[in-house]
Ligand binder design. Structure first.
Ligand code: DHK
Length: 151
């Protein structure tokens, strides 16, 4: 639960999500990251910044989680494939929630309906919550939760 009014939400995206739109549209949908950003910006009140980023680099994603701690920013995180094996990312995510900041793990798809290697998340155990399977709406629901819980 955040106590201060939220002025910025970090929306962090892991590997291959920069290819949304052209990457397996039958699985991930036809929208790209710009479409996602527009959807989120339209869903928040004025005065709340959506800071949406994507990287294929595990170290950069970890650095952004450190930045979230230092700037007291709530986080929506789609760790993409790192979900399933990155203990470094898990430890960084734990720093966010241990600092009392919400970190909502999101997935566009429902990984539990897919290949068995996608069924395990090493992030979920340190996340505030998990939203999966609702396409870009997974992110919108996560942002909505963050704004509601900060009221
Ligand atoms: C995105 C990915 O890139 C996959 O590696 C995950 C996730 C699922 C998603 O549904 O957003 O397994």
């Amino acid at each position: 639960m955040t106590s201060n009014p939220v002025t910025r939400v970090l929306v962090l995206n892991g590997p291959n999500l920069g290819r949304l739109g052209s990457r397996e549209p039958e699985v991930y949908g036809s929208g790209n990251l710009s479409d996602l950003e527009a959807l989120l910006v339209a869903s928040v009140p004025s005065g709340v910044e959506i800071d949406l980023r994507q990287t294929n680099d595990e170290a950069e994603l970890i650095d952004w989680l450190h930045e979230a701690v230092d700037s007291a920013s709530p986080v929506v995180l789609n760790p993409a494939a790192f979900t399933h094996y990155s203990y470094g990312l898990r430890d960084a995510a734990a720093l966010v929630t241990k600092a009392g900041l919400p970190l909502v793990e999101v997935h566009i798809t429902n990984p539990h309906t897919r290949e068995s290697f996608r069924h395990d998340s090493v992030i979920s155990g340190v996340a505030t919550g998990v939203i999966a399977g609702f396409g870009f709406d997974s992110y919108r629901l996560a942002v909505d939760h963050i704004l509601r819980s900060a009221r």
